[in-house]
Design a protein around this ligand. Sequence first.
Ligand code: PLP
Length: 405
Amino acid sequence: AETWDTVPLAPPDSIFKLTAAYKADPHPQKINLGVGAYRDDDSKPWVLPVVRKASHILLNDPALDHEYLPITGLPEFVSGAARLILGASSPALAEGRVVSVQTISGTGANHLGALFLSRYYHFNGEKVVYLSDPTWVNHFAIFRNVGIEPKTYPYYDPKTIGLDYAGFVKALEDAPERSVFLLHACAHNPTGVDPTEEQWAKVADVVLAKKHYAFFDTAYQGFASGDLDHDAKAVRYFVQRGVPMLVCQSFAKNAGLYGERVGALHLISPTKEAADRVRSQLSVLQRSEISNPPSYGARVVALILNTPELFEEWKADVHTMAGRIIEMRKELHRLLTEELHTPGNWDHIVKQIGMFSFTGITPEQSKALTERDHIYLTVNGRISMAGLNRSNIRYFAEALDRVVR
Ligand code: PLP
């Protein structure tokens, strides 16, 4: 027997496979709607002008070195990141109750948060996390990797192409006390369906009544509405209500720093004393996993967050990205309803939020779009709005129209 003969061959990642198939397709009008990254109106990756500027400042700083960062990350990055999501005037921050640790982007924040819960959370019986059905697929593996079994709660209702609010609330009520619920702070991936403010308030009521733990994942702050504060509302509301919680934060999308792996984990504790103990153990975990987080991206973001002119510029760049996506939603909706008179209701296209949209088409229709029209999307009918632009949106709308008739 050879050394690795019991290692089964894993299937390739489905998004990766989709991208490879798209790249190999010679068709001139092919469209990639699978990718979870922003593209400009020419289908190109976009380096935010403010990021270019901040990089330039950094690289021309003669004092820049390549020393290790502290284990919990670049202090001016983590503090700026905490203010960004929790609000500069957050009482929890002022009271020193927030533990913030720099992580390997949002994935690393989810992992470190899950690992910490696996070690230290008082689970009510078995270690379980409740994930929305559906959710970012990586959530399942991230929790399983640290010995927490994922279960799902109803979230998306295919009949309304919207939120299964009653099912969601019932799952919160039926779960054992002190259950851990993963919540997408805004721009739910993959559906683009978010609770309203009133619905969040009710969710918080039940979470508090059942003493549940809120595990917030925020990968799209600013990207959803174009306004950083607006997209942080649910998180800030839960902090204000005193829900026990943590927040996983990514700068991949809103700063276009995908490959630089810039993120943070923020854990809101009941007291400063508890926060100090939690911080000490998060440092121990981080040390054994990555020793020190990477510095370049964190320096870029820290400069942007802590320089008022750069921060204003960043807000404008975020607005540009969100604005283009919102425009594409409106245009797709207009083409389907006003020009093509496509059968069915398409209002969800403009109601959904963020990078992704659940079209509501069947797996067969998704496959037909790929095979017949060279439009690459996941079989669940999710499209990345960032893959649409002024040059390809009509081609897409016409293909979608044909496939649902
Ligand atoms: N969480 C959600 C819901 C996401 O959609 C993503 C990325 O697609 C992430 C977390 C983490 O991404 P990253 O590790 O690139 O920050």
